[in-house]
Design a protein. Structure first.
Length: 240
């Protein structure tokens, strides 16, 4: 399964049925590019860019594979610290952070980043009055602008998958794919506090993902969830 199939399978997650199919790229490598994501998050009518209204920002949501409701049992089992500092990598316009925030007062210190300035602007406008403790920052997951050991939990839902989109052999990804994923994981290791956790939620099976996640400072654990299609919840706890 790849991103294009995910987009079709998860159409029902787009509550307002408003993710246009014409934004699905012909070449999956487009998912690695900021220009692609900025284009995708713009409002388009008949292929013309339109002004973003608050009505658009408030209703335009898309969660790639699964929502907070599906993930809540896993989060409850693994997010156990009090008032943790949480970093959401590649937040997009998913409702995951808002749902986490609304469901539990313990999860209010969420910093959301995405390299698309367009989506960060929309998310800030959507949330800054209703979810005051959350932050929205334009940032690349491969180059985090945070000090070492600044977060208790780092969450990636589908973002590393975008970095891994490749046309070649999935068993033997291109060097630049390997390098980009390495940069993301190295940055996560750096910004996590000792004892902190990296949670990566993906459709990517362990034989394709595990080798990119392995580091001396943690053990990679995996839980499978989902019924028709299987998804994977990778959990890495930083030991030191
Ligand atoms: C597949 S979407 C997932 C969005 C959201 N996490 C979800 O679960 O619905 C990937 C997101 O990651 C962002 N992204 C991709 N590469 C990135 C990078 N190198 N740095 C920061 N954000 C990135 C994209 O702009 C997009 O919003």
């Amino acid at each position: 399964m790849d991103h294009q199939e995910i987009e079709k399978n998860e159409k029902n997650n787009d509550k307002n049925n408003n993710t246009p199919y014409e934004v699905i790229p012909d070449d999956v490598r487009a998912y690695r590019d900021k220009e692609y994501w900025n284009m995708r998050y713009q409002k388009r009518v008949n292929n013309q860019i339109e002004m973003i209204t608050s009505e658009f920002t408030n209703t335009r949501t898309f969660d790639w594979f699964k929502t907070y409701k599906d993930l809540k049992p896993l989060f409850n089992a693994h997010l156990t610290r009090n008032s943790p500092k949480i970093l959401m990598l590649g937040c997009g316009n998913s409702t995951l952070s808002e749902d986490l925030y609304d469901d539990n007062a313990n999860y209010h210190q969420i910093t959301n980043i995405d390299f698309s300035d367009i989506v960060i602007d929309q998310m800030y406008k959507r949330c800054h009055e209703t979810h005051k403790e959350m932050q929205w920052l334009v940032m690349d997951v491969r180059d985090l602008k945070f000090p070492d050991a600044s977060f208790d939990y780092v969450i990636d839902k589908g973002t590393m998958d975008a970095l891994m989109c490749d046309k070649g052999d999935v068993w033997n990804p291109d060097e630049d794919v390997v390098e980009n994923v390495k940069k993301e994981v190295d940055e996560v290791v750096r910004v996590l506090k000792p004892g902190g956790k990296f949670i990566y939620i993906t459709f990517g099976q362990p034989h394709f993902r595990r080798r990119h996640l392995e580091r001396d400072c943690w053990k990679v654990e995996v839980e499978t969830f989902g019924e028709v299609f299987h998804y994977f919840f990778y959990l890495m706890t930083k030991m030191y």
